[in-house]
Design a binder for this molecule. Structure first.
Ligand SMILES: Nc1nc2c(c(=O)[nH]1)N[C@H]1C(S)=C(S)[C@@H](COP(=O)(O)OP(=O)(O)OC[C@H]3O[C@@H](n4cnc5c(=O)[nH]c(N)nc54)[C@H](O)[C@@H]3O)O[C@H]1N2
Ligand SMILES: Nc1nc2c(c(=O)[nH]1)N[C@H]1C(S)=C(S)[C@@H](COP(=O)(O)OP(=O)(O)OC[C@H]3O[C@@H](n4cnc5c(=O)[nH]c(N)nc54)[C@H](O)[C@@H]3O)O[C@H]1N2
Ligand code: SF4
Ligand SMILES: [Mo]
Length: 828
């Protein structure tokens, strides 16, 4: 019997070795192809385990877009590694990257399209889902949309997205809205994410975007309200860059400004605790010192016509005495704002000592190249755009914009054109229908929110009030505002009478309200293009290649849109027939590489699939000693004219970096009305008081991201939750981090159950002492408190932090003020 088994195994072994030998191509390795097997061990080898394929893909747990190698054997994914050929990953991943197969094999996934049978909606209502076919699901949705269109009410259909990767998914919503006829396609979650930093850049240098950074050549990093070693972006890569910066010579010096002892702060050279919402005051005082100590970059900023003149605190300068180069409005900025923004003034506002502010300013101003970066900590407040502008202006003062060791903006890839142009498929209704007169449901672009990109957090309250109207049907893609938006209970109420289509593969909160579920495939099952999010600036695009065929009856969202579009009456259907499929779209994009091969030789769909990424170094532009040059293939040789700088780099009214913002001045009346700033002053980079929300609580409440945090999407992965907070323990729950004195004052012991209350509600949590945080600030990592989303996520403590987050936003960027809430704390 034993002998027989051995013989059989040996025969299978030899067969599979032969198969491996025959299948050419480096991406396929038979596990049995290993060298060093003796005849004896061959004979003892177990049944062959099949072939292992390695496919290129892109992690989807955060916006970093790390390239991954996915190992699949016998159709099962069993390993995910960083792709060594991907410039973001460089063969490495953050701790979440390796957990991707848990999304693929999540036992709670929808196995196919679903229809609701229980008409009642709410937390405690079982939707009563029954499986339906894709045809029935798509016909139901298309029927509804065609009805709305026939009635002239197509504007009452809205499409929402959160995460998305461009042309092959969320990027399709805009054209769908244009063809079908709704202003409400493509309502993104950006106003609930990080629009504050983008708006600060838009207002000062004209780029509505996050920055790219040249960390390798930076000698000073000033981190203000960003979680560099836990979040920021691209997370995995900034951790690698931290290693580079801190081991190179000269070592990059780091100062971090935060309200808690974050890992970034702990690893920095200088840690500055700031009163929440006052970062603008700190940055203005740094600017005051840089100017008054004469540390600004004269080649970039400009100089006094008379070299003996100086900025003297308390003394105005004549505008004509300063010769501006690339910074517009310096004299006004000094005279009207900076003149008395001394470190002593800022100490009163921020709580950071004048001495520390002065030392930081002198270091920052005298070390080149230096970079100031910031994110939601500085911008998640009523005054967020002004805070961000003040911090970003420091980059201008030291000449870091577009410089080596400085910061720039991400270039897009050399994609080919889509298979069809939506503009050629518009019927009269699409061009001139009544929907064109309707505002967006979130009131973006109206007098209520004239300056924002999106205002997702306003949709539920607007719908409830019927102002501007009620939506009828809503489709959600990769976003879950019924759980992640500020004051989500309003969403729970609002979505009860809306026909909901959810596309999540997972049974999240939105899905619990869904009338139809059109489940997306998970990222390891999808084919799609992934243009790079801001990274090092030079263009790059990765490809997500399915590691396995969809393991359930799911369809990737882009294909769902195409199939739905084919069912819409009129020329819309023709457009989607012309697109064909996402694979066809992606092949058309890749055709653009033929004329512009990547540095790794990628010049076609096939080579893109094999290598997983197309990219082209270096960055196209460089500022050198106050002049701008374009790369000619060898050097930065061709000097740009002022008009070219305005077209490509400083897209502002003046064509310069503006410390008196022409963009804000265009909205002067609105800003005066909403923020109380006199209209003649609105353009200045200036100090604006924060407006704390949440009622009369005596403590600040913040919800930072941790390395294991995957936006709201990781909560159903037990491994992820266990190590969420390595410093305070973890395992059983996610803890509320409290300063011991703050707790003792309220009779709370380490480990006690506590209640955190704002003016909109209370949540419970377990308290952990962290003596290194500000005593007035409570810290609860965001991602928990789900009442759906799968067996491990559901009903697991602590409460959802959004439920005590008031819906208040920065009037300029629209960013929800997540870091501005006041709360009280007591024993539960
Ligand atoms: N690991 C991981 N990384 C991610 C993501 C993820 O899901 N997981 N998601 C990505 C996304 S969607 C985003 S938007 C970015 C966000 O990137 P960040 O904005 O860098 O991330 P946050 O966790 O919001 O960190 C903000 C920091 O500000 C601090 N803070 C709070 N209030 C104040 C204040 O008033 N002043 C100052 N100076 N500091 C304050 C907090 O303590 C925290 O350290 O991260 C991205 N990176
Ligand atoms: N209180 C508080 N709230 C916050 C924040 C905070 O700091 N505090 N931070 C905010 C920030 S920065 C952000 S970015 C937002 C994020 O909030 P959202 O935009 O709501 O994003 P997620 O929570 O990641 O939810 C994404 C949804 O996508 C679904 N999903 C997961 N995988 C897939 C997939 O492969 N395909 C599809 N189609 N769907 C999928 C999930 O089931 C989930 O329903 O939250 C914001 N909310
Ligand atoms: S940083 Fe981590 S979670 Fe984000 S894409 Fe990269 S591996 Fe995935
Ligand atoms: Mo975000």
């Amino acid at each position: 019997m034993k002998l027989f088994e051995t013989l059989v195994n040996r025969r299978r072994f030899l067969q599979s070795s032969a198969a491996v030998g025959a299948s050419a191509g480096a991406v396929t390795t038979g596990i049995t192809g290993l060298k060093g097997f003796s005849a004896v061990s061959e004979a003892r080898a177990q049944a062959p385990r099949g072939e292992t394929t390695i496919t290129k893909n892109v992690c989807a747990q955060c916006p970093a877009r790390c390239g991954i190698d996915v190992y699949t054997t016998n159709g099962r994914v069993h390993g995910i590694y960083g792709d060594t050929g991907n410039p973001i990953a460089n063969g490495k991943l953050c701790p979440k990257g390796h957990l991707g197969s848990y999304f693929l094999y999540d036992p709670d996934r929808f196995k196919g399209p679903m229809k609701r049978t229980n008409p009642n909606k709410g937390r405690d209502e079982d939707p009563g889902f029954v499986p339906i076919s894709w045809d029935e699901a798509l016909d139901t949705v298309a029927g509804r949309l065609n009805d709305l269109r026939r009635r002239g009410e197509s504007h009452r259909f809205s499409m929402f997205y959160g995460r998305g990767w461009g042309a092959s998914d969320a990027g399709m919503q805009g054209d769908f809205g244009k063809l079908y006829g709704t202003p409400n396609a493509a309502i993104g979650h950006s106003s609930m994410c990080a629009d504050g930093s983008k708006k600060a850049k838009h207002a000062t240098d004209g780029n509505k975007s996050y920055n790219s950074y040249d960390y390798r050549n930076t000698n000073y990093l000033l981190i203000v309200g960003a979680s560099f070693l836990e979040a920021f972006r691209p997370y995995n890569n900034v951790m690698q860059m931290w290693g580079e910066m801190r081991s190179k010579s000269p070592k990059t010096r780091v100062t971090t400004v935060d309200v808690r002892m974050s890992p970034t702060m702990a690893a920095s050279d200088r840690a500055l605790y700031i009163k929440p919402g006052t970062d603008g005051a700190f940055a203005l005082a740094v600017a005051h010192i840089i100017l008054s100590e004469g540390l600004w970059d004269r080649e970039f900023v400009g100089d006094f016509r008379n070299p003996n003149m100086r900025f003297i605190p308390g003394r105005r300068i004549a505008a004509a005495s300063f010769n501006e180069k690339w910074v517009h409005g310096i004299a006004d900025w000094w005279n009207e704002e900076l003149i008395d923004r001394t470190p002593e003034w800022a100490e009163e506002v921020t709580g950071i000592s004048a001495n520390d502010i002065r030392k930081t300013a002198i270091e920052f101003g005298s070390t080149r190249p230096a970079v100031a970066l910031f994110e939601r900590g500085a911008t998640g407040h009523f005054n967020g755009t002004y805070n961000g502008m003040a911090i970003h202006s420091l980059n201008a003062l030291v000449g870091s914009l577009f410089a080596e060791g400085g910061l720039g903006y991400q270039q897009g890839p050399s994609y080919g054109a889509l298979p069809a142009d939506a503009n050629n498929y518009l019927d009269d209704y699409a061009r001139n229908g009544a929907w064109k007169e309707q505002p967006r449901i979130d009131m973006k672009g109206t007098d209520r929110w004239p300056m924002v990109d999106n205002m997702m957090q306003e949709v539920a309250p607007n719908h409830l009030a019927g102002d501007p109207y009620k939506i009828d049907t809503a489709m959600f893609f990769y976003t879950n505002p019924i759980w992640s938006a500020p004051n989500p209970k309003v969403w729970e109420e609002a979505l009860k009478d809306v026909f909901i289509i959810d596309t999540s593969p997972f049974p999240g909160e939105t899905a619990m309200y869904a009338d139809i579920v059109l489940p997306d495939s998970t990222y390891l099952e999808r084919l799609q293009d992934i243009p790079t999010y801001p990274f090092e600036g030079w263009p790059m695009a990765a490809l997500r290649v399915p590691a396995v065929e969809p393991i359930h009856d799911t369809k990737m969202y882009g294909d769902v849109i195409i199939e739905l579009g084919k069912r819409i009456e009129g020329p819309t259907a023709d457009y989607y027939h012309a697109l064909g499929s996402i694979e066809n779209v992606v092949r058309h994009l890749a055709a653009g590489f033929a004329d512009d091969p990547g540095d790794n030789g990628v010049d076609s769909f096939e080579s893109w699939k094999e290598k997983g990424v197309w990219y082209k170094k270096p960055y196209k532009w460089r500022q050198i000693r106050g002049e701008f040059y374009e790369w000619d293939g060898q050097r930065y040789s061709r000097q740009l004219s002022e008009a070219e700088v305005q077209e490509h780099l400083f897209k502002t009214p003046s064509g310069k970096f503006e410390v008196r913002s022409g963009y804000l001045e265009q909205h002067a009346a609105y800003i005066e009305r909403e923020m109380g700033i006199p209209s003649e002053r609105v353009g200045l980079v200036q100090w604006v008081e924060p407006r704390y929300s949440g009622g009369d609580g005596d403590l600040h409440f913040i919800t930072p991201k941790t390395p294991l945090h995957a936006e709201g999407r990781g909560a159903n992965i037990p491994q992820q939750m266990m190590v969420h907070q390595p410093i305070v323990g973890g395992r059983n729950t996610v803890y509320l981090e409290v300063h011991p004195q703050t707790a003792k004052d309220r009779g709370i012991r380490n480990g006690d159950r506590v209640r955190v209350t704002s003016d909109i509600g209370s949540i419970e949590a377990e308290c952990r002492f962290v003596a290194a945080h500000r005593p007035d600030t409570l810290v609860l990592p965001f991602e928990y408190g789900h009442w759906a989303q799968g067996r491990w996520a559901k009903n697991r403590g602590p409460g959802n932090s959004s439920e005590i987050t008031t819906n208040q936003s920065d009037p300029i960027s629209g960013l929800a003020s997540y870091y501005t809430g006041k709360v009280t704390l007591e024993r539960a």
